[in-house]
Ligand binder design. Structure first.
Ligand code: PEP
Ligand code: MG
Length: 841
């Protein structure tokens, strides 16, 4: 036998082979060989060898062919580092020629031999010789006749006879596969799936097990779990007298594997082969420590394994598989935790259209990213961002998306595109960020200039009309569909419990309403880290009360308004305390940027005048008087508390009275009261003195005692710089990184969307700092604030409650700085819990 080297290697248990040099398939085959599983003989060509082939350096064919004996029949399959990166299709039956055809006709029957040869001629003509596929259109379905026609067509089109020498055939196959990998389209496709620009391709030349012939012959795939749910269930297909993945081609009359009510099965047809196959797949799972799909061929009743690949899986299945492997003691729990990408949990956590509800389907496309959302149609990323800043869910509709749309995709509730497939930009990004996405809805006419969509039934919808995108089923529905909340199954719960056992930073939720708090509690948030009390007044019937309070310009008017609000607040707080069952609840005193609460147009003024029973001119005048050039830096937060103290006094009273009420029938409540937008110690002293006075008053009025904790939200650069001075006054500091980012950059939260994509594209910012914490700049202030605060008060509780709190990278930063907890929106709590666990492992 010829000598092998590290680039052309016979796959044995000892051969040096790694996924980074020979690709995943070669490495996997070696593992299967080591497990003594029936793997046909194979030679692996390294990335370097294949790169050389593409450049014209052909390895010695005799060397490659030497292990396969005389007149072998071979196949060549791709072996990229990560199977998800794809690669050229396998070429089967290399070595078929006229002599072999005669020989095999005698051994296995002429029809089977003709099928093998015909398949090779077809795939060689199209994929290797790159002849026009039309030339084979008229080839007869009968393999014997078809073979002769295909050989003739080949000769005519290629102007030479079909190559007969196996070495020549193999050389051509290797060259074409190597070159296909280096082509621009293939490179772009794999880069979209995360492959590096210089990703290599290995090739595996393997002895061909025919899958055709006498006795039970065929091919198929088997896995032991359902790819959608991860639940244990033998899944796969088998087709007698077939090769490769024929059993999976749509329309193939393939069999179920296990006995199945719905049709005949391999288990009935060839019980021994079935049971061997099951045992092989289970051994792979056990020894390779992963749920594997076996690609197999049966020849005359005997099973051969051609490959094992990691079972394709949804996020839900990934969780179930990781948990089951750990429960079966195949992998440790820590590894199970590391195997699930925290962001992928979004898929389990997103809402779905209620399958029982009526569905008014307008169009269908490709279900590219699961979950569903309703919203107003917008046609540009900027509009999506504007809608987000108004708190309105939007559906971003594009012909196709590009990196310029990413910010809009983050802002939208769902994406709909006309073009693209499962690996298109919109699909890949949508799945990555857990955003419902339907792509390739080509039956819809997209008129982005005139800003309307025409659906197949003639319905025309325009910008601002509401639709529902169901990314799970690939459908576009009219209007707002009834939704089912998230699918939280037992495996997710188990994984979360394991995460909680290892993580060393707490996770709370930002929850403003009892409904939010219930979701937070369901996700096992360790308390509420931020309750934005002004958000409790976004409902129309409450908005008037809030407006009345802001609007009052005499103390009597204000007192009257506050009297209406006090019981609402007390009831809200008592609800939150009860729902959180003794977990900490951090209530932020009002921080209403005035422009969010005052009407902006004439009809709004008129409505307010009516509600307040005031002349329209009074309302208009007062709105003008309250108007600010830069409301985000105006009469917000503690500034309102300092200048109009009755407002915070009312809130403190509502909190204390609710504390007494909720403690009476449940765990004792220790509320946390947080002062927003502080920039000076004196602000804290003033508010603190008033809160203390209210506490004393409530204690004496009720005869009941309670405790509370006072804290400051560090969200101005000055508060971070003066954290020592401020910490001396309070028990906790919570970093509000939304405002802190805005003020550190001098970048308006509401306006940055307009130019953010330009900034990121030109590399001014590596990422949108409102999404990914800027650890260099804003992070420096966090670090400094934490150090200074701790210097004067080592026991001060430190946390983050800006949007960054749910972001895995930002959680890593907070943990490193020594924060006690992160607080994020309720649906991100599981993501944060898992991300925090991974950091501790
Ligand atoms: C913040 O500024 O980070 C914060 C959490 O507060 P808001 O977003 O309400 O300004
Ligand atoms: Mg803020």
């Amino acid at each position: 036998m010829q000598q092998f080297d590290e680039h052309t290697t016979l796959i044995t248990s000892e051969a040096p082979m790694a996924p980074e040099t020979h690709g995943g398939r070669a490495k996997c085959l070696q593992r299967l060989v080591r497990l003594d599983l029936p793997v046909p003989e194979a030679v692996a060509l390294s990335f370097k060898a294949v790169h050389g082939i593409a450049a014209g350096e052909m390895p010695d064919m005799d060397r490659i062919l030497s292990p396969f004996g005389d007149a072998p029949l071979l196949c060549v399959r791709p072996s990229s580092e990560d199977p998800d990166w794809g690669g050229p299709g396998a070429v089967l039956n290399i070595g078929m020629n006229d002599d072999r055809y005669k020989e095999l006709s005698e051994q296995m029957g002429e029809e089977a031999a003709a099928t093998l040869y015909l398949r090779f001629v077809q795939s060689f003509a199209i994929n290797v010789a790159r002849l026009d596929p039309d030339m084979l259109d008229d080839v007869s379905d009968d393999p014997i006749e078809g073979l002769q026609e295909a050989l003739d067509a080949y000769e005519e089109e290629a102007e030479e006879p079909f190559p007969q020498d196996p070495a020549v055939q193999l050389k051509a196959v290797l060259r074409s596969m190597a070159r296909a990998w280096e082509g621009t389209t293939a490179r772009l496709l794999r880069q979209a799936k995360g492959a590096p620009a210089d990703a290599g391709l290995g090739l595996v030349v393997q002895d061909m097990i025919f899958g055709l012939g006498r006795g039970e012959c065929g091919s198929g795939v088997m896995q032991l779990v359902n790819s959608e749910t991860g639940v244990a269930k033998i899944t796969g297909r088998y087709l007698s007298q077939s090769q490769g993945r024929d059993a999976l081609t749509p329309g193939a009359e393939s069999l179920y594997l296990e006995i199945d009510r719905r049709g005949p099965s391999l288990e009935e047809l060839a019980p021994e082969a079935f049971s061997d196959l099951k045992a092989h797949t289970a051994l792979m799972r056990h020894k390779l420590r992963e749920e594997m799909q076996a690609e197999f061929t049966i020849h005359n009743g005997k099973v051969y394994l051609l490959d094992g690949v990691r079972v394709a899986r949804t996020a839900r299945a990934a969780v179930a598989i990781a948990v089951a492997l750990a429960e079966d003691k195949i992998i440790p729990r820590e590894e199970a935790l590391m195997r699930v990408e925290p962001r992928a949990l979004n898929e389990l956590l997103h809402r779905q259209v209620d399958p029982e509800a009526p569905r008014d389907v307008l169009a269908r496309g490709i279900a590219a990213s699961p979950g569903a959302a309703s919203g107003k149609i917008v046609f540009t990323a900027n509009e999506a961002q504007a809608a987000e800043s108004r708190g309105e869910p939007s559906i971003l509709v594009r012909r196709e998306t590009s990196p310029e749309d990413i910010r809009g995709m983050h802002a939208a509730a769902a994406i709909l595109t006309e073009r693209g497939g499962m690996t298109s930009h919109a699909a890949v990004i949508g799945r990555g960020i857990g955003l419902p996405c339907v792509v390739g809805a080509s039956e819809v006419r997209f008129n982005t200039k005139k800003r309307h969509l025409t659906f197949p039934d003639g319905t025309v919808l325009r910008s601002g009309d509401v639709i529902t995108v169901d990314g799970t089923n690939g459908e576009v529905l009219a209007g707002e569909a009834k939704m089912l909340e998230t699918a939280r199954d037992a495996a997710l719960m188990t994984l979360m419990i394991w995460a909680d056992e290892v993580r060393d930073i707490d996770v709370r939720a930002n929850a403003d309403t009892p409904a939010d708090a219930k979701v937070a509690r369901g996700f096992k948030a360790q308390g509420i880290g931020l309750c934005r009390t002004e958000h409790m007044f976004f409902e129309p019937e409450r908005l008037t009360a809030m407006r009345e309070m802001i609007f009052a310009d005499s103390s009597e008017d204000r007192a009257a308004a506050l009297e209406v609000i006090l019981p609402m607040q007390r009831a809200d707080f008592a609800d939150l305390f009860r729902i959180m069952e003794g977990q900490p609840v951090c209530i932020r005193l009002f921080d209403p940027p005035l422009h969010e609460f005052l009407p902006t147009d004439r009809s709004g003024h008129r409505a307010l005048a009516e509600a307040l029973d005031l002349p329209l001119s009074d309302v208009t005048r007062r709105v003008e008087a309250l108007g600010e050039y830069n409301p985000m830096l105006g009469m917000r937060g503690v500034r309102l508390g300092v200048t109009v103290p009755e407002i915070y006094e009312m809130q403190a009273r509502a909190i204390f009275e609710a504390t007494i009420e909720a403690s009476r029938d449940g765990e004792p409540v220790v509320p946390e009261i947080m002062i927003p937008l502080v920039s000076a110690r004196r602000e804290v002293e003033l508010v603190r003195a008033r809160v203390e006075a209210i506490a004393a008053a409530v204690r004496s009025e009720t005869g009941e005692d309670f405790t509370y904790r006072l804290g400051v939200m560090v969200e101005t650069p000055r508060a971070a710089l003066r954290a020592d001075d401020i910490a001396s006054q309070v028990s906790f500091l919570s970093f509000g990184t939304n405002d802190l980012t805005q003020m550190t950059y001098g970048l308006s939260r509401d306006d940055a969307g307009r130019f953010m994509s330009d900034y990121v594209r030109q590399g001014v910012y590596p990422e949108d700092p409102f999404h990914l914490l800027d650890t260099d700049g804003v992070g420096e202030l966090l670090r400094l604030g934490a150090e200074r605060g701790r210097r004067v008060k080592p026991e001060v509780t430190l946390s983050i409650c800006g949007e960054h709190g749910g972001n895995p990278e930002s959680i890593a930063f907070c943990r490193e700085v020594g924060f006690d907890y992160v607080s994020c929106s309720p649906f991100r709590v599981p993501v944060a819990r898992l991300a925090a666990a991974q950091l501790a492992i």
